[in-house]
Design a protein around this ligand. Structure first.
Ligand SMILES: Cc1cc2nc3c(=O)[nH]c(=O)nc-3n(C[C@H](O)[C@H](O)[C@H](O)COP(=O)(O)OP(=O)(O)OC[C@H]3O[C@@H](n4cnc5c(N)ncnc54)[C@H](O)[C@@H]3O)c2cc1C
Length: 292
């Protein structure tokens, strides 16, 4: 276990302070041991995947932060099932599936996260989400590993029932036979669509806010408030897609929170809609109350 490890390099936005404790477990046993240590020492536990939907407090996180590695970050195919370690990148999963002639995971190729982060967020794109392909997941906490079904995981729009301290060590996905070329083509097509509308070549953390159940999407409302390009410190509302914040130049997490607060206030004033953040917070972060 290491101490005071800077986390900015583990997030796609590139902001945030250090983890009080940091470890990279490679097996379920190592993971379980670390979780037991944290429980015994009354230390909170956080997990980082590829940090692609994360904002870490600038002063850091007073917790044990885990980044899965080794077999917990590997992927393999068994029959028509893709088995991914919780820390395995979606791109690696897609690569394994494609090589084995399995389709159905292409939608995940443009989501720059891990299998475990995807379970936690019920990640999705282009009309498909984790719960459509997930069979089950091995979830570990201080009491040990358990296999949870999709129903038990309670996946809904960018939400799961996972409690703090529960870590997805493995996830199984049911895919269907396809040709390598078809998978390649589909993934390339989805990636191209994404590049047209999103700032894929900038440092961001993906969608800032969830889309409301009804009415215009979060990005559309923020854009209609005239906030595209709005900048605070080094953080800027993406001129390409208003539901993204870019790290334009040396942004801090506080800059990002300030931009989010401004967008949320303006959308509330204009549309009467209370936006809920999709990006996950590590450390004592919160948005100011509306009207405060
Ligand atoms: C350019 C860009 C485009 C994006 N497009 C999409 C999109 O189309 N659809 C979409 O859904 N998301 C999108 N995202 C957001 C992000 O990629 C997804 O939410 C992704 O699933 C997060 O995975 P991660 O492994 O990076 O998790 P992180 O961002 O590292 O963490 C997110 C949350 O998951 C938890 N977590 C991570 N790993 C585990 C684990 N093993 N066990 C338990 N909890 C865990 C973290 O503690 C945190 O609460 C995008 C992001 C970017 C930067």
């Amino acid at each position: 276990m290491e101490e005071h490890v800077p986390l900015a390099r583990y997030t796609t936005i590139g902001t945030g302070g250090p983890a009080r404790w940091f470890a990279r477990p490679e097996t379920v046993e190592e993971l379980h041991e670390l979780l037991r240590w944290a429980e015994e020492h009354d230390v909170g536990v956080e997990v980082i995947g590829l940090g692609s939907n994360l904002l870490v407090h600038d002063d850091g996180v007073d917790a044990l932060v885990l980044k899965l590695a080794g077999e917990l970050a590997a992927a393999e195919v068994e029959g028509d099932t893709l088995v991914m370690g919780g820390g395995a990148a979606n791109a690696v999963g897609l690569h394994r599936a494609r090589s084995a002639g399995l389709g159905g995971f292409e939608f995940a190729s443009a989501i720059p996260g891990t299998a475990g982060g995807g379970v936690r967020m019920n990640a999705g794109a282009y009309g498909r989400e984790w719960r459509d392909v997930l069979i089950d997941a091995v979830v570990v906490d201080a009491s040990g590993p358990r296999t949870l079904s999709v129903e038990e995981l309670g996946l809904s729009y960018r939400h799961s029932n996972l409690a703090p301290g529960q870590v997805v060590a493995r996830a199984r996905f049911r895919l269907e036979p396809s040709s390598t070329d078809a998978v390649k083509e589909k993934a390339a097509e989805l990636l191209a669509q994404r590049k047209e509308t999103q700032p894929t070549n900038k440092r961001t953390f993906g969608s800032v806010f969830k889309n409301p159940d009804e009415g215009p999407g979060a990005g559309r409302m923020i854009e209609e408030c005239g906030l595209k390009g709005h900048r605070i410190g080094g953080a800027i509302v993406s001129p390409r897609h208003a539901n993204f914040i870019e790290n334009a130049d040396g942004a801090t997490t506080a800059d990002c929170i300030a931009v989010m607060a401004e967008a949320r206030t303006r959308v509330h004033e204009r549309f009467g809609v209370v936006l809920e953040h999709e990006v996950q917070f590590l450390g004592p972060l919160e948005l100011p109350a509306l009207g405060a």
